[in-house]
Design a protein around this ligand. Sequence first.
Ligand SMILES: [Zn+2]
Length: 80
Amino acid sequence: MKNNTTMVIPKKYSDKISEIDIEYSDVDRTPVYWLYLKRGWCFDEEGLHVISELSQKELKCWLKTIHPCECYDCVTGDGW
Ligand SMILES: [Zn+2]
């Protein structure tokens, strides 16, 4: 897992995560957190592999929704 933030991620989740990144809004420098899953995993909605949130707390809420994904992209490898 590539982690560009100060977030500490438990091992059971980090194995499923490709990257956590932080970007700052051009307008007001608000930090936006991005979380990218590895192929074969998604959040609570099938095919949802990337999410963004405005706080680490909100981002962490998504971690427990990670589950195996069998969407077309994950099965075929398209788009990864
Ligand atoms: Zn998928």
